[in-house]
Design a protein around this ligand. Structure first.
Ligand code: MN3
Length: 248
């Protein structure tokens, strides 16, 4: 459906390789084009995806009123605020004024994660006969390998999700470094990242990475870091993830 290009839009907007946890998503070097372009295109904005079923389809598990408010108000707010954060960051790139970089980076992470997770949430539910039961095939085999079976997966997922402190999420995810499934709790879903992104270049700014030489001069370290970035290696990482399809 045309309205579900949200994840792709999301990644384009980020201008980094990103991907939704567990399978795929993507990204484009959006910023690569031209800074000026970054402010214009409404086409780059992400949109609230339509629910893949009617508002009352998940009754009686989730009532129509809850689903309506959750999707039309809460998810819509994440989308709007995510678009606004991307717009403000584009303006900062144009003006060079990064005085509010922490604020807008947090807004980007909070609302981008809210958008990604809610999109997954709608898609990973379905009314009967498609909802319920157990997974099959590769996913079931992965659960066997990672948890010892479906029952063990379910027990851990339920325990972890019930124990999330305050607001948050229970999340089943694919952890690509080991190639295993993992169950995670997300208490604050932003925590300065967006779920599902694929990092392709990182700079360690824990003090152990630079303190012996630079002491408290982190900006000097970060500036010098650019003299040693292995761009061909980063390009290779980007190539590996840029066309990873979403879940469709
Ligand atoms: Mn919600």
């Amino acid at each position: 459906m045309s309205e579900t290009m949200t994840r792709r839009d999301l990644m384009k907007g980020l201008g980094v390789a990103a991907l939704v946890a567990g399978a795929g998503a993507m990204i484009l070097p959006a910023g690569a084009a031209s800074e000026k372009d970054a402010t214009k295109p409404a086409s780059r904005e992400c949109q609230l995806p339509a629910l893949p079923y009617p508002y009352d389809a998940l009754e009686p598990v989730i009532d129509k009123e809850t689903l309506t408010i959750h999707h039309d108000k809460h998810h819509a707010a994440y989308v709007n605020n995510f678009n606004n954060a991307m717009k403000k960051l584009a303006e900062a790139r144009t003006s060079g004024d990064y005085s509010l970089i922490k604020h807008w980076s947090r807004e980007l992470a909070f609302n981008g994660s809210g958008h990604v997770l809610h999109t997954l949430y709608w898609e990973n539910m379905a009314p009967a006969p498609n909802g319920g039961g157990q997974p099959k095939g590769d996913l079931l085999r992965a659960m066997d390998m990672s948890f010892g079976g479906f029952d063990q997966f379910k027990a851990q997922f339920v325990a972890a999700t019930n124990a999330v402190e305050g607001s948050g999420w229970g999340i089943l995810a694919h952890e690509p470094f080991r190639g295993h499934l993992v169950i995670l709790q997300a208490e604050k879903h932003q925590d300065l990242t967006i779920w599902g992104v694929y990092p392709i270049m990182v700079c360690d700014v824990w003090e152990h990475a630079y303190y012996l030489k630079y002491q408290n001069r982190r900006p000097e370290y970060v500036e010098n870091f650019f003299k040693i970035i292995n761009w061909p290696a980063v390009e290779k990482k980007y190539k590996a993830v840029k066309d990873v399809a979403a879940y469709k």
